[in-house]
Structures are given as C-alpha cells and as structure tokens.
Design a protein around this ligand. Structure first.
Ligand SMILES: [Zn+2]
Length: 456
C-alpha cells in the first residue's frame, strides 16, 4: 500500500506528510510519570499513540516506537518549582521511591495491555539513562545555551531565538516562561530560563534519587530526559513526536530548545498533540471527584475496549467529553460490530472498496470517526466478506474479540427455553432467559433459531 500518511503539525500549524525514507519512521511519544494511577484522560493520549502506530504499520511503514517512563525530575507544577512528584508520592504512601515507581509502572502496563495498546519497541526509564542526560547538559553548556549556578544548571532561553514557536509566542517575549508562582532562591538570569540539572542542595538537599555529575550531586530536569532519550534511541531528527496538548508548554517548548540547541533544527519533522478528555464537560481533577481509572470502568461492567471505541469515535485533535452515557453508547456501537463479526462466515475476503476508503480515512490525519463508520458499513455486508472486512479493519481498531465458546450449562438452558417457548410456557421461558443473563449471556431469536452471545 503506498498511501502517504499526513498529520497536522502543531509547529507549522499545517499538514506534514510522513515520508517513506527507506529507514523506519522514528516515533517518540512522551510517556507517563509513574507517581500515581494514570486516569482515562491520560490514556486518551496513549490511545492516540496506538492509533498512530497501528495506522502507520497498516499503511506499510516500518516504525520504531519509543516511549519514555518518567521516574525522576518531574516537579509538581511541571516547571522548576515544587517537589519531585515521585518523591512526594513516596512520602505520601510511606514506601521507598523504587516501590512507588514499580507499583505505578506495573498498573500502567496492565491497563495498557487491557486497552490493547501496542507496546513500544523501547520503553526506557529516565533514571536508567542519566549518563546520556549529563552528556546533553555538557553539550548545551559547551554551546553556550546553558549556565551553571549554585542551585541548578539552567537553559538560557535568550540564546535560542525559536523559543516559544510551538505555542505561537514571539521569540524574545519574556512572558513565555514567566510562570505565576513566585520563584525563590533562584540565580536565573531570566525568569524564563529553566532547570536542566537540579542540584541536591537547598530545597532538594534531601532528594533521594541523585547522581554524581560535573556540577555535583543532583538529578535531571523532566524536559531533559525526552531530548536525551529521543537522541539515544532514534537519532536526530525524529519523524514524529507526540504528546498531550498540555505538553505544548513548557515540556515540548523546552524539549525543542534543548534538542535543537544541541543537535540542530529540526528536532522532529512533525509535532502531533492529542486533545484533552473532559468528564461531564469539566477538566478531570481529584478535587472535583471526576477522575476515573480503567478499573472504575470495569467495576461498572464496561470493557476497557469500550473506552477504545469511544476514543476512536472522536478525532484526536478534538476534545472528548466523557460521560457514562457516552461510554454506554460506545459499548452499544462496539457490540454491533462484535455481533456482526461473530455472525459472519469465515473464508471470505475483505471488501476492496471499503478497505480502500478505510485506509484513505486513516491516512488523512487519522480520521478515526470516518474509519469507524466504515466499519459499521462493513457490518452490513453479506456474511462472508463481512467477517473478513471487519477482521482486516480490526488490525487498527482493536475492538473485536473472537466469539467465545458458549458453556454447556448455557446451551442447555437455551434448549430448555426453546422447549418452553414451543409449548407456549412463556413464564418459564422468561425465567430461563433471566438465568441465562445472570450467567453473562443473552439469547436473540432469529429465523434460523436462537443465537447466543456473551453480554460484553
Ligand atoms: Zn517528553
């Protein structure tokens, strides 16, 4: 297949074609900070990464997919102020830092698999690549982009004229990094400068994760790891760099300054950002009590794949409003496709016209809502090509499952219900239906006889 994927690029604010260069597409995706559970809003971004990887591979691109795990240096507030999120969690839960990292990485990966997300080719932990980060700091100092102070090594924003391009701020305007909070104990030359190496002194005197460096003991700033890891695993430049919309500033703005300051422009040929997920029209926040995890969905009887369907039904660059009703609608939509695929006949081949339109939709900036509606068209095909077409589409959609074996107990109940029905004993037949439902199955009557489906 020789369709070319085009994506909207946050930097140029236009479309960028992902070229086939004869080498794998280098994709860098910002990963989670493992200090807490990742909620469904966080997973919207990872679902977008998965859609991108599956689409590229489906279009015949070879892809190297790298996603970091942040386990050090991400400070509360995303800037240079406040506690390290992982160390704060270690105090809050009264366990050591490594236990926090392990716990939240494990749960993250369980949820990742439950959502059928494609595992990255590399998933480096930032703390395992401090040597590469120190080398990057040395390079930036050597090139005059960074300076050492008693409390930190800072990137000097005024040395990088393109600073702020991602958010559309004019280079040189110092509003960019001037955050609202009052910074204390700082030797910054300019409030917009940001820390790339924080020293284990002052407020970080008791910081547990620390490494020896040419600037004394300390730890890398959050933004630094992505520049260093992308370079280490993918080289320079990368083809596509993804993140959530909240990464535009400061995280990606600072990544660009570091990587382009050190290795030259551009850092990435395309910058692609997934929009937020809201809950009942509001931003997810613990204080509002609207933070939901994958396990909360499962507790309410949903499949994680219903969230997958919901995410596919809205373009990645548009906000999703999560409500339980929206998730129920997604479940119904997914079920329609699931039952259609179960009722299909094996041995057919995919419908060429629908498949062509499906790949065109995805190549057009990952138009997943269009791809989903084409899947619903496929569900209405005659049985042989229906199963094959839905199966081929599911390589990207990832929402179908093989029809499970129906337990003998359920088959027996269905047969007894049939007997009751043919003897017009409707009270008994309804009672059998209830029993069948309690076991997680439902019966649908068709001219060809009863059909049995699992409920989810
Ligand atoms: Zn990043």
């Amino acid at each position: 297949m020789d369709l070319t994927l085009s994506l909207r690029d946050s930097l140029s604010r236009g479309r960028v074609a992902i070229e086939r260069r004869g080498s794998p597409v280098a994709m860098y995706a910002c990963g989670p900070t493992v200090y807490n559970f990742q909620h469904i809003g966080n997973f919207r971004k990872f679902l977008f990464d998965d859609l991108l990887v599956r689409t590229m591979r489906g279009l015949g691109y070879d892809v190297t997919f790298v996603m970091n795990i942040t386990d050090v240096g991400h400070l509360v507030g995303d800037g240079d102020e406040g506690e390290d999120k992982v160390e704060a969690a270690s105090r809050r839960e009264n366990v050591d830092v490594e236990a926090i990292i392990q716990k939240y990485t494990d749960v993250f990966l369980q949820d990742w698999d439950a959502l059928r997300l494609t595992r990255p080719d590399e998933q480096p932990r930032a703390s395992r690549y401090v040597e590469q980060q120190i080398e990057l700091v040395e390079l930036l100092i050597g090139k005059g982009h960074a300076y050492d102070t008693p409390e930190a090594v800072y990137f000097e924003v005024s040395t990088f004229p393109g600073y702020g391009a991602l958010t559309g701020q004019i280079a040189g305007e110092r509003v960019v990094g001037a955050r609202e909070e009052v910074e204390t104990e700082t030797s910054k030359r300019n409030p917009a400068d940001f820390a790339i190496w924080l020293k284990a002194v002052g407020k970080y005197e008791h910081h547990i994760q620390r490494w020896s460096s040419p600037w004394g003991y300390g730890f890398p700033g959050w933004h630094l790891e992505c520049s260093a890891l992308a370079h280490h695993f993918l080289g320079h430049p990368v083809d596509v760099h993804t993140g959530g919309i909240d990464h535009l500033f400061p995280h990606h703005t600072n990544e660009i300054a570091q990587s382009e300051g050190a290795y030259g422009a551009p850092f990435s040929r395309a910058w692609v950002h997934a929009e937020h997920m809201l809950v009942d029209g509001e931003k997810m926040a613990k204080s509002v009590g609207n933070v939901f995890l994958i396990r909360d969905l499962v507790e309410r009887g949903f499949s994680p794949l219903d969230l997958r369907y919901l995410a596919l039904s809205v373009h990645y660059s548009t906000r999703i409003n999560f409500t339980w009703d929206a998730l129920a609608a997604a479940r119904a939509g997914r079920r329609t496709l699931l039952v259609a695929s179960w009722d299909g006949e094996p041995g057919g081949s995919p419908d060429a016209d629908l498949m062509a339109r499906f790949w065109e939709a995805l190549a057009d900036d990952l138009a997943s809502p269009r791809a989903l509606s084409l899947a619903h068209e496929a569900a209405r095909l005659e049985p042989a090509s229906r199963a094959a077409t839905l199966g081929a589409m599911d390589a990207v959609l990832g929402i179908l499952s093989p029809k499970p074996e129906i337990p003998a107990e359920v088959v027996e109940l269905v047969a007894r219900r049939e007997d009751a029905r043919s003897n017009k004993q409707f009270v008994q037949s309804d009672a059998f239906r209830d029993q069948i439902q309690k076991l997680g199955y439902e019966v649908e009557d068709s001219p060809a006889g009863p059909r049995i489906y699992p409920t989810t």
